[in-house]
Design a protein around this ligand. Structure first.
Ligand SMILES: Cc1cc2nc3c(=O)[nH]c(=O)nc-3n(C[C@H](O)[C@H](O)[C@H](O)COP(=O)(O)O)c2cc1C
Length: 260
């Protein structure tokens, strides 16, 4: 009996060890693929918001990479000076990780988007038609009701007109705040105006429906039953388009534009 108990213990232990080895091997081998899938998903979102991929268009990894290479250029921006920085690879730079690292970020001024830290550097995508820059894709993030939403806003080369908005990660309720993913809601954004005459971010998500971009340039329809997520989108846009966010970079771009 004693003999059989010992055997059972040894057998169970070996089985546990064998399974943990299998599970960790699988986890490690899938890690690279998961990272690659995340990167491709990010590229897909950037292409979509830049108008270089249609909603729901099914693109292979090669097509995604190809469109990215021809239509976009990633640059790293110094968030304090607004200057483009050489020497940091934008394709491998992890801005979200940097924002959590005290060595690579600074505390944010108190803000409604509940952004706690601003990374010292951020990745911006230039939308290109040959050599001409036709717009900019800026990363945005901020709190909704339940979660931090991560996404992008694309603006035209005039630094004023919205090209599109998208969110690639959030934990808002499907059918309520989760409607930030709804293509019909996202289609309400292009053509809206971002800044008022003084250059302050003015775009906001309203409560209820609003008019066309001509009638209501600074407002976008609210998500019905989800005013708190809608307010979260307004707050994050005010933050990231303002002086604590991409303000210095946008000011640099305006200056370059004025100098021709
Ligand atoms: C289970 C549950 C999930 C909800 N999820 C969201 C959400 O994701 N985003 C949101 O803004 N409101 C959500 N709400 C509703 C909010 O509590 C709040 O009522 C709403 O934002 C107010 O918007 P309204 O004035 O347009 O109705 C949720 C409510 C419940 C009960």
């Amino acid at each position: 009996m004693e003999h059989s108990t010992r055997h059972t213990v040894i057998f169970t232990t070996l089985l546990c060890v064998a399974f943990s080895v299998v599970v960790s091997t699988v986890a490690v081998s899938l890690h690279d693929r998961q990272e690659e899938n995340k990167r491709l998903d990010r590229i897909k979102n950037v292409l979509g918001v830049a108008g270089l991929a249609k909603p729901g268009e099914d693109l292979s990894p090669d097509e995604l990479n190809g469109r990215f290479e021809t239509g976009l250029e990633a640059v790293v921006v110094d968030m304090l000076t607004g200057q483009v920085v050489e020497g940091i690879d934008p394709l491998s730079f992890d801005q979200r990780k940097a924002a959590k690292d005290p060595q690579q970020s600074r505390p944010a001024e108190t803000n409604r988007a509940k952004v706690r830290r601003v990374p010292n550097h951020a990745v911006v995508y230039l939308i290109k038609d040959g050599d001409e820059v036709t717009g900019f894709v800026l990363p945005i993030e901020g709190y909704g009701l339940w979660s931090t939403l991560y996404g992008y806003i694309a603006i035209e080369a005039d630094l004023q007109t919205v090209k599109g908005i998208t969110f690639y990660s959030h934990g808002e309720t499907p059918g309520l705040g989760g409607e930030v993913d709804n293509v019909r809601w996202k289609a309400r954004w292009p053509g809206r105006q971002v800044f008022d005459a003084k250059g302050a971010p003015q775009i906001s998500v309203a409560k209820g429906a609003v008019g066309s971009p001509n009638e209501d340039p600074f407002r976008v329809d609210g998500l019905s039953g989800a005013t708190l997520t809608s307010n979260g989108v307004t707050n994050m846009l005010k933050f990231w388009l303002g002086r604590s966010g991409f303000g210095p970079y946008l000011a640099q771009l305006r200056k370059q534009g004025e100098m021709g």
